[in-house]
Design a protein around this ligand. Structure first.
Ligand code: HEC
Ligand code: HEC
Ligand code: HEC
Ligand code: HEC
Ligand code: HEC
Ligand code: HEC
Length: 246
């Protein structure tokens, strides 16, 4: 009897491993990570605002916006206002005519409701740069692209973060040993992010033994805060589970 239960368990687990999870549908690669912001725009007679992560991350690491400039990693969550932009906060920290086009008078460049606004620049960007490619998301391997110097995003605007030099690679063991463990490389993340982008809000290291299940991740928690919308998507199993068969 016990053997039978074990057998059924094993079969269902192998099934879970190799049949597909319910992965969210991916947009065309030039639109992965592109969002329309509409917390207040439509309500104030303006078109929603287009914002493309791929374009901005070629120029700045995540920490610049999600650390220094206080943008939340959640669409429509930040209280961005016209007034704040004008006074040099949020988008206005760069869209000031010095780092990027002026905020004033270029309303339609942002308020156009067009999620495909930057599409035409994407192919150019791919053609002009010798980029390592990958299978999903933007199709660009942002991790090796950065370390190899194919892209050179700025790591700060005004406030440099302290270099913590924490490069520990963690092995996140599955609850059942037949599932190849996931890896978590601190180095690849610290290149783009500050420690406090993840600790303690997303990952509380005082709580030992948290299991980051695929279901939680696909619901947008833990790794899924970034790896279903901006960083390479969940479709690329082997980048997190290196020992997994295709
Ligand atoms: C130039 C600024 C900028 C940079 C650089 C940037 N982001 Fe964002 N990000 C934003 C803005 C603005 C939003 C929307 C916030 C809002 O609407 O409240 C956002 C939203 C997000 C979201 C939520 C997306 C969604 O679909 O809801 C995630 C996740 C995210 N960013 C992760 C990242 C990661 C990871 C990086 C680095 C690879 C990064 N961001 C780089 C400005 C930036
Ligand atoms: C660099 C991008 C950018 C430019 C350029 C820009 N805006 Fe905005 N604007 C935003 C963002 C982002 C928001 C927040 C939108 C939201 O959450 O719906 C916003 C919000 C607004 C709002 C909503 C209400 C409020 O007071 O915050 C109005 C109205 C507005 N902008 C008008 C304008 C006008 C008029 C121009 C041109 C003179 C302009 N914007 C140029 C990015 C921009
Ligand atoms: C950290 C600096 C920075 C911040 C913050 C920033 N941008 Fe930009 N943005 C840039 C730069 C640099 C460019 C590229 C300018 C160029 O090459 O035309 C750019 C380009 C753009 C473009 C033009 C895309 C195209 O296809 O031509 C849009 C639209 C845009 N940003 C919207 C926004 C919005 C909306 C926000 C705030 C939610 C924002 N940006 C915040 C630096 C920034
Ligand atoms: C962004 C990283 C990441 C990607 C991509 C990823 N996983 Fe996972 N996966 C994890 C983490 C973290 C865990 C939890 C720790 C563990 O069990 O190894 C996990 C756990 C699992 C488990 C164990 C059951 C569970 O939910 O805990 C299975 C099965 C699994 N992943 C399969 C896959 C498959 C199949 C793919 C590709 C479709 C995939 N994973 C893509 C990070 C990832
Ligand atoms: C992208 C998210 C992310 C970033 C950024 C990040 N960490 Fe982590 N960190 C994690 C995860 C995930 C774990 C594993 C947590 C667990 O097992 O509960 C972890 C675990 C740790 C641990 C415990 C290590 C162990 O052996 O268990 C330490 C210490 C730590 N991080 C320090 C740092 C420092 C210092 C930085 C900045 C240089 C940093 N982290 C940046 C996600 C991150
Ligand atoms: C706050 C955002 C964020 C969170 C949370 C996060 N990552 Fe990442 N991760 C990134 C970014 C950004 C990169 C750079 C590559 C990219 O953007 O595609 C990256 C890269 C990686 C890489 C390197 C891949 C390579 O080819 O070198 C692995 C592996 C990885 N993440 C696994 C995980 C796992 C597992 C978790 C959860 C335990 C996690 N990440 C949580 C943002 C995040």
């Amino acid at each position: 009897m016990q053997l039978l239960i074990l057998l059924i368990l094993l079969i269902s687990v192998t099934d879970a491993c190799c049949s597909n999870f319910n992965l969210p549908a991916l947009p065309p690669r030039e639109q992965y990570g592109t969002i329309l912001i509409d917390r207040t725009s439509s309500a104030n007679g303006q078109q929603p605002v287009t914002f493309s992560h791929w374009l901005h991350r070629t120029k700045f690491t995540c920490r610049v916006c999600h650390g220094e400039l206080d943008f939340q990693m959640k669409r429509n969550a930040t209280e961005i206002t016209e007034r704040a932009n004008r006074s040099g906060k949020f988008c206005g920290a760069c869209h000031n005519g010095k780092i990027a086009f002026r905020h004033n008078g270029n309303c339609d460049k942002c308020h156009n409701g067009d999620i495909g606004y930057s599409d035409k620049r994407f192919d150019d960007f791919i053609l002009k740069n010798a980029l390592p490619m990958t299978i999903a998301g933007n199709g660009v391997n942002w991790a090796t692209g950065f370390t190899a110097g194919a892209i050179k995003p700025e790591t700060y605007l005004k406030k440099k973060s302290q270099d913590m030099n924490f490069e520990k690679e963690l092995l996140l063991e599955a609850e059942l040993s037949i599932i190849p463990p996931a890896i978590f490389p601190h180095k690849a993340h610290a290149a783009w992010l500050d420690c406090d982008n993840c600790h303690p809000d997303l990952f509380n290291i005082k709580k030992k033994g948290t299991h980051f299940s695929m279901t939680e991740i696909l619901n947008g928690n833990y790794c899924g805060v970034c790896h279903i919308s901006v960083a390479f998507p969940m479709d690329e199993c082997k980048r997190c589970h290196p020992a997994m068969r295709e």
